[in-house]
Design a binder for this molecule. Sequence first.
Ligand code: ADP
Length: 265
Amino acid sequence: MLLLGLPLLIILVIIASWYLAEKAIQPVYKSYQEMQQFSSDVAHELRTPLSAIKATIDSVILNNLTLQDSQETLKIIHRQNERLINLVKDLLILTRLDSVLENNYQISKTKINLLDLINDLVEELSCLALENNVNLRQEIKTNNDIFIFGNEEQIYRLLTNLTINAIENNQKNGQVIIFLETDKQEVIIKVIDTGIGINNTEQKLIFNRFYRINKARNRDKGGSGLGLSIVRSIVLNHHGKIAVESRENEGSTFIIYLPKIIEKS
Ligand code: ADP
């Protein structure tokens, strides 16, 4: 028994330890792979505008152009530079949001009046809507003020990102509605558009970092592909939920659920 049992037990222990070690290392390996993927995506995103700037400057030097002849070139450099600045800004915001989530830090939060915030947002983005031939309006389904507890700058950023996407991915003479309602516990904000829509497969991918549906079109507009990742991180930092409903060529609705401040009467 001993002669047969002991080697069998050793083999069993080896298999079990190997299995447990494999299981324990998996999350570490996964986060290492994600980090590697993220660094390589960042490098790729930075390389494109930097290469464009270098090629443009090279052409000025090679052709001995004067400053007067170089106005178009300067405009290209300016545009690429804006892209770089936006990308770095978005990356900074995202890494700060991640570090708050991972380390359970507290962000500074105050009582926010959502009606005031949406009014400001519609006022600020009305010019962009006009430029894109889109009608932007708000639809508030309550007579009372609605308050949430949150970081005002982040909530403003969240709604700005969703509304700019809704305007820029719309059709001519399209509509964008910022809709607000509440139930007992939650505030429900919807950003509804009558735009190009998103198919079912891409609805699952659009919140991934650097994911763009139409890469060339999106890059031209200066998007970093990080807008919806930032939106999702802000929602998580406010203990909320986000959902998307969309049909191609009919439009999309992004729905945010946030905990409401319940006023004691
Ligand atoms: P970016 O920061 O470049 O705008 P996002 O992360 O905000 O990127 O969006 C990811 C992709 O989802 C983009 O390709 C964008 O065009 C698409 N998208 C986002 N919102 C909408 C919408 N309302 N309708 C159609 N496509 C959208």
